[in-house]
Design a protein around this ligand. Structure first.
Ligand code: AMP
Ligand code: MG
Length: 325
């Protein structure tokens, strides 16, 4: 069960001037994509959504770790063996990810693949990973092990056990790409939600923002805070739908790349940022670093905001542009 979830509070089927609000959802990468756009015509709206469906297929083909034919699968299969030619878009997101690793002191790191797979397989088999295997997997982790040849557009993973995993950035990135498609087609007002990774474009006419509620499932789905969003991305991370379980104890699916152990200090994080990609990255990084990380990131970038829910699930702290109620 999600510890915190995002809920879009305001949406009205009203029309304004020549624009109407249209909505459509589709399924991609194991989650629902929800699109709400104010469009001058229904025909244009559906054309944009069709393009978004196509775009998420491309992104899935590039970055999915669930399919053998993805570019990511090819890169991982050839780890430590040979450089793999990759499309420019793949190279760009790898570069972006490395930049975010540097910004987050390595708390966000797409070379988490080996450690993640170890934790997944061992807890599935009913045990915790042996210390020696965690140590080995730590040796397969570290963004410095990604070698890029810009001229040839190739990626080589330095070590046969190194595995990339875009699980903490892929959906946020896909959201920003869909927003780009909408804007290129003249749409400025709307909202994209990909399994809790949200980007709020300009709000409906006459409104100052899109209202997104942060909800605590159970206890009557209580809304614990409300965000007024305009041209902002928001994401949640925490031990919710996906987690590892051993002897009744839940372990986060977010792994600390320095220790090799699942993040333990916080139960849930909501991150607000200028893009959905960045919100996705920082929600994961703050899950690893806790409040210390949130403080550090808002000092560097005033536009960032975090809600951090402590270990016991009750204690909440807010940082930067995120104002606690
Ligand atoms: P998110 O839900 O955005 O926090 O992403 C969590 C997913 O990202 C996990 O399911 C893993 O696939 C991957 N992941 C886990 N730990 C990390 C980490 N420290 N850095 C980058 N990706 C991670
Ligand atoms: Mg993330």
């Amino acid at each position: 069960m999600r510890l915190l979830a995002l809920l879009i509070l305001f949406f009205c089927s009203c029309s304004h001037g020549t624009e109407n609000l249209y909505e459509r959802s589709f399924y991609s990468m194991g989650s629902t994509v929800e699109l709400k756009f104010y469009s001058p015509s229904e025909e244009l709206f559906h054309r944009i959504v069709d393009a978004c469906v196509e775009r998420t297929r491309e992104i899935d083909w590039l970055f999915s770790n669930y399919r053998d034919d993805s570019i990511l699968a090819q890169v991982n299969r050839n780890a430590g063996v040979t450089p793999v030619p990759v499309p420019g878009e793949f190279l760009r997101l790898v570069r972006t990810s490395i930049r975010y690793s540097e910004l987050t002191e390595g708390a966000f790191d797409i070379t988490i693949g080996s450690l993640f797979e170890l934790w997944r397989a061992e807890t599935k088999a009913g045990r915790l990973p042996a210390r020696s295997r965690i140590r080995d997997a730590l040796g397969c982790t570290g963004f410095q092990k990604i070698k890029i040849d810009e001229v040839k557009s190739q990626v080589l993973l330095d070590g046969d056990c190194v595995r990339l995993d875009f699980g903490a950035i892929g959906k946020g990135y896909a959201v920003d790409e869909m927003v780009k498609i909408a804007r290129e087609n003249g749409i400025s007002r709307g909202l994209v939600n990909f399994g809790g990774n949200i980007y709020a474009m300009d709000p409906p006419a006459g409104r100052k923002s899109w209202d997104v509620g942060v909800r605590k499932p159970g206890s009557g789905n209580k809304i614990i805070s409300k965000l007024d969003l305009m041209r902002k991305g928001v994401a949640t991370s925490g031990d919710y739908e996906r987690y590892f379980e051993h002897e009744g104890k839940r372990y986060s699916h977010i792994i600390n790349p320095k220790t090799g152990w699942p993040a333990e200090d916080v139960t849930s994080v909501v991150a607000v940022s200028k893009s959905a990609t960045e919100a996705d990255v920082f929600s994961t990084a703050v899950s690893v670093l806790g409040s210390r990380g949130a403080k550090m990131f808002v000092r560097k970038d005033k536009s960032l905001g975090f809600l951090v829910v402590g270990k016991n699930g009750e204690e909440r702290s807010c940082f930067g542009s995120y104002k606690c109620p």
